[in-house]
Design a protein around this ligand. Sequence first.
Ligand SMILES: [Fe+2]
Ligand SMILES: [Fe+2]
Length: 381
Amino acid sequence: MANTDQDILGRADVNDLEAIMAISNTDVDEAIHAVRDNADAIFTWDYEKGARPALNKLYEKAKTAQWNGETDLDWSIEVDPSRVIVGLQGSNSAGPFEALAQMDDSPFKNFGDKEWDELGVESLNWRLSQFMHGEQGALICTAKIVETVPWIDAKYYASTQVMDEARHVEVFAKYIDTKLDGFYPINAHLKLLLDDIIEDSRWDMTYLGMQIMVEGLALAAFGFMYQIVDEPLLKQLLRYVMSDEARHVAFGVLSLKEYYAELTDAELRERQEFAFEAAVRMRDRFLQQEVWDRMGIDKRKVMHMLLQVPPEEMIFQQMLFSKIVPNCKKLGLLDASGGWLRKRFEEIGVIQFEDWVDTGEEYLAFDAVSQDREAAEAAAS
Ligand SMILES: [Fe+2]
Ligand SMILES: [Fe+2]
């Protein structure tokens, strides 16, 4: 029997603010967080390399595209966080929250340049902190995939991704620690999503949750930030991380395409529901409740206002789905089970991306590391 939103999300109304706010991070003072991963570690005795040529190609590419976060980025660059946000917000110091200042009873009503700058810096600290926590989620998920996926080509490839993700956690942590002034604990909704992904016993759910949903969002978010930021260290960091992420999302698309072709409609419906749950958790995350708390702003009021803004006016939030939706389409998830996921993506205002380029092959165009090496070799000869 199909699940209701209450079953999937723990609330009957997607926009139920009290239920969204009731999800909180209770272990901000702990140094570790334990999650049961509920899965068997799978050996395979079929060692035929290249039985899945697309995964083998990805694995070979990953071996030659490794980079070193300590030496391939110029950490001597000095960073002024308040300058970084000027690049991020353009000429408009209020940035994406300007529309809210016009609303009646807005907590931003009396904001001047100083307050908008402070919000810009806090949002930057928050965003990069969440990127870092998400990268650790990816590190743990891909280590799990090495254990649980039954195909040797996928185990090989996933092992390169474990190294990629370690590097990503490392470089974001170093940037936050040495260049910014402020760290945020993991957002409650992101934490809930990562826990759900890791707890699921089915190997393909790790892929769907992490490679398709979380990494699809990350690839779009990094791309968006890369285009608008002009701080050179962060720009290069994002460029290199994206070059890896494009492979990661491709890994998800290529693996699940094969597997989902054989699932029943009822099994696909479970995947659709999981994808929808992940999409809602990620939308909830971008209400950035921790920032409002830290700034002493009434978070109930701001989050309520944010939920009132029509989706088409939330350009940044919408763009975050520009990789996820075409990839779900390619996997057959939009239209299985009577188009259930298509309807849900219509409701949250992101279906317009369905025919954008999917990420099955896009990684070749993203390969910044090889491009730089070729340019350096050409310059040397
Ligand atoms: Fe990553
Ligand atoms: Fe990744």
